[in-house]
Design a binder for this molecule. Sequence first.
Ligand SMILES: Nc1ncnc2c1ncn2[C@@H]1O[C@H](COP(=O)(O)OP(=O)(O)O)[C@@H](O)[C@H]1O
Ligand SMILES: [Mg+2]
Length: 362
Amino acid sequence: MTGLVLKDIRKAYGQVKVLHGIDLEIKEGEFVVFVGPSGCGKSTLLRMIAGLEDITGGELYIDGQLVNDVPPSKRGIAMVFQSYALYPHMTVYDNMAFGMRIAGESKEEIDRRVRSAANILQLGPYLDRLPKALSGGQRQRVAIGRAICRNPKVFLFDEPLSNLDAALRVATRIEISKLNESMPDTTMIYVTHDQVEAMTLADRIVVLSAGKIEQVGPPLELYERPANLFVARFIGSPAMNIMPVTVVGTGDATRIKLKDSSEVTVDVATSASDQGKAASFGVRPEDLAIATGDEFLFEGVVDIVEALGEVTLLYVNGPVEEEPVVVKLPGIVDVKKGQTLRFSADKTKLHLFDADGQTYRR
Ligand SMILES: Nc1ncnc2c1ncn2[C@@H]1O[C@H](COP(=O)(O)OP(=O)(O)O)[C@@H](O)[C@H]1O
Ligand SMILES: [Mg+2]
């Protein structure tokens, strides 16, 4: 079984610490996505797994074997980068065959693997072309094909789609998803800052920020039960609305006071010591609706209406200082800029965070 175990993995460049102790177990065949803002250490962590960066501290096991000092070529991994790094003077076929020729594979074996990879990635018609005669998406598929030919136990991707335009990104993402299905025993680790890629591809997402793991879990678990404010804001688009509140009643359910002094009960348990404390209240744009009865969460003035066809986004001023609350309504909605409206929320989907940004558990 080709799982990975990361034990207290640390990285420093000179005095500058960029990873502060990463603990993670990845099962054989799992598709794990590292997601987080630019500069949080995603590529560094991936390159350490690949063996392209020294490990400053901690232990990395692949397949039960400690590999801290094992060179990249002996780790059974293949990596696909953002830049395709194809040889410009070689055909698609030769680009994919190159590594196997170096490794001394037989001509028949090389041919079998190149054609199998080309088949998976629908590159058959392009095998005799040079990279310059391919689109960006096709070039990235060649880079992926080259990695498949190496028959890796672990497949690493570092933002492989970020050089592609939006339509190609979607098509290639679906390609990678199919590739994952066709290689069920191959462990895949995929780095991105794009949360749609993370949500759609991952068995489990690892959310990183500033060199630390914030939360690990299946995509919908992170969406429904973020561990803290960072994950709550990072997962979901448009981002979760956050409002500063005060806890005015504790117990199995918690009573909170909003900026305009209205009070709301949230289905989250707090203890007596939380009484009077500052907290953050979170509600996702898609969990808000225009209030139909007397009960409402907040009132505000519609500042911007974005009609996207399948949804309408409202940016509402009032309930939070300095930033609008975003409301996502299904379909086309007859609302105009300047209108004052009342909004209600799905009570089962409210979030509450303590003063340190940790989630109060339901
Ligand atoms: N070779 C290097 N020397 C010094 N600092 C580096 C080096 N490579 C990366 N860093 C720093 O490490 C941090 C993490 O970088 P990186 O892993 O590339 O982030 P991400 O891939 O999440 O955008 C950044 O602050 C970056 O500036
Ligand atoms: Mg990076």
